[in-house]
Ligand binder design. Structure first.
Ligand SMILES: Nc1ncnc2c1ncn2[C@@H]1O[C@H](COP(=O)(O)OP(=O)(O)O)[C@@H](O)[C@H]1O
Ligand SMILES: [Mg+2]
Length: 500
């Protein structure tokens, strides 16, 4: 019996040694706790993680104190996984951070069948920090996307929103809860649907796409956006698309204005070329009319005809020279300007045509109009356009046919108004007439540039142009200019004669 007992004892001792060796070889901390949470046994890993020399140093000490070193009152102690297991409520797991050592432990605790608990724990500080850094970087990314001025969103394989940023919420006026899960096509303008479907199909085919979108802006005016869509790959398959939408309306307008300026310069050159060509024949007509007038045999009705030829040719020459002045590329140059004079000069260019078109002219100029500081050539361009626009409006008009021109001043404002009795402008078009290239005239007759350039010129002078009109009631364009005392703008002379 003694031999058998001795063998059994040896076997048990062997088994215990084997377990101890195995426990110490484990790369994680392992501890058995008594009912009060004190360490009854710990392996080498536990000592290493706790930062003590050997497992013996752990014995009898409170697990929280020795391993986590977080002192009393820390969150893990009362309701952490260890407390959970000690209370016999089953196994529990938690990530605990020690306040004093800065380590993060992944702790798994289970109730021990004979009271107390078995705890394994691992130092996961490195993983934890990595995860935190990833989370931070993700947060930064999402802030970036959130604060972007462009609308950024993703859709799934059926083109339903999966994520949207703030800019898209603002642009659509809908919150993300309303957007996510709904088909992106719901937001599209009818005419964009077909092309967008193609864009989406190609994106899902795996290639990046560009497209153009249209949508109404806050003021109701149409805006234009560019869209870039990229496929989202997951395990080699396209599962959706990422899209960036940028409002390019203003860039487009700028582009149009540049084109307009180019075009204008070209027109200027054309006009001056034509005017030069006309000079010679006109000089010849004038000269031959003069010869006729100097011939005594030409009399009566014939003389009257020659005189008309002479006068009209002179008038044509004047118009040509006026055109040349007008088309000549001159720097905007301001000087003391009398708006009454500018208006009369401009009217001279059109008076004949107006009479021929059987339009009545009603001119009333303010005799006390103060001078202002302006570029007369530029203002002439503005008025010429307003007057010809009025003429055009009356061209095919059956109602009353008159154009009324007024100048006036009130306070610090000078005004010139050009009013006609024509068909007027509908409310819808009223805010469009100043847009570049907006014209209702046939190709060759209108460029749609007149009012937009006029608006620019008047603005540069610190004034504005406004329009009042209703269909069937004619139109009135009013140019309002600030009164600028020319004396205040003149270069100063030395106050004392001879002081220069
Ligand atoms: N007096 C007016 N009466 C009616 N419509 C006008 C009048 N003046 C301008 N418009 C409208 O505004 C448009 C733009 O005018 P404008 O910029 O001068 O270009 P364009 O004369 O080359 O068409 C015109 O085509 C016309 O439809
Ligand atoms: Mg015009």
């Amino acid at each position: 019996v003694a031999i058998v007992n001795a063998r059994l004892f040896e076997q048990v001792a062997d088994a215990t040694r084997e377990w101890t060796v195995a426990f110490d070889a484990m790369p994680v901390g392992l501890a058995v706790l008594d009912e009060a949470g004190r360490v009854r046994r710990g392996n080498a890993g536990a000592a290493q993680i706790a930062g003590v020399a050997s497992p013996r140093d752990l014995l009898g000490r409170d697990f929280h104190d020795v391993v986590l070193q977080d002192g009393p009152g820390s969150g893990g102690r009362g309701d952490g996984p260890v407390a959970h297991a000690l209370a016999g409520r089953g196994p529990a797991r938690g990530i605990l951070r020690s306040a004093s050592r800065g380590v993060v432990l992944d702790v798994v605790a289970s109730p021990h069948p004979s009271g107390g608990a078995v705890v394994t724990f691992d130092d996961v500080t490195v993983h934890h920090e990595l995860a935190e850094r990833v989370a931070q970087s993700e947060a930064r990314y999402s802030r970036l996307v959130e604060s972007a001025a462009d609308a950024i969103f993703t859709v799934d394989a059926r083109a339903r929103f999966t994520t949207v940023n703030r800019a898209l919420e603002v642009a659509t006026g809908r919150r993300r809860e309303e957007l996510i899960g709904t088909p992106a096509a719901d937001l599209l303008d009818a005419r964009d649907r077909e092309p967008m479907l193609r864009t989406f199909t190609s994106t899902m085919g795996g290639s990046r796409q560009r497209a153009e979108l249209h949508y109404p802006g806050p003021d109701g005016e149409e805006r234009c956006a560019s869209l870039t869509a990229s496929p989202i790959f997951e395990e080699g398959a396209v599962v959706g698309a990422l899209a960036v939408v940028r409002d390019v309306t203003d860039e487009r307008r700028l582009m149009e204005q540049l084109v307009q300026q180019e075009k204008l310069a070209a027109i200027g050159q054309l006009v001056s070329g034509v005017a030069h060509e006309l000079n010679n024949p006109l000089a010849a007509v004038t000269a031959f009319a003069q010869i006729l007038l100097a011939t005594p045999e030409v009399d009566g009705e014939q003389r009257q005809s020659a005189l008309t030829i002479y006068q009209e040719a002179r008038r044509a020459a004047k118009i040509v020279s006026n055109l040349l002045t007008f088309a000549r590329q001159h720097r905007p140059e301001r000087r003391p300007a009398d708006l009454n004079q500018v208006l009369s000069d401009t009217l001279e260019l059109r008076r004949y045509a107006i009479r021929m078109a059987q339009i009545e002219l009603d001119v009333a100029l303010d005799p006390d109009l103060p001078l202002t500081w302006a570029d007369p050539f530029q203002l002439q361009q503005v008025l010429l356009n307003l007057i010809t626009n009025a003429e055009h409006a009356l061209a095919a008009w059956d109602g009353p046919r008159w154009i009324a021109l007024r100048t006036a001043h009130a306070g610090d404002t000078l005004s010139i108004s050009v009013r006609d009795s024509g068909p007027g402008i509908g409310a819808r078009d009223l805010n469009r007439v100043f847009n570049p290239f907006y014209t209702t005239k046939p190709v060759g007759e209108g460029t749609g540039l007149g009012l937009s350039i006029s608006d620019g010129i008047v603005r540069e002078h610190g004034g504005r142009i406004r329009v009042e009109s209703a269909p069937g009631e004619g139109a009135q364009f009013v140019v309002e200019m600030p009164v600028v005392d020319p004396l205040s703008m003149m270069p100063r002379r030395a106050a004392v004669p001879g002081a220069e």
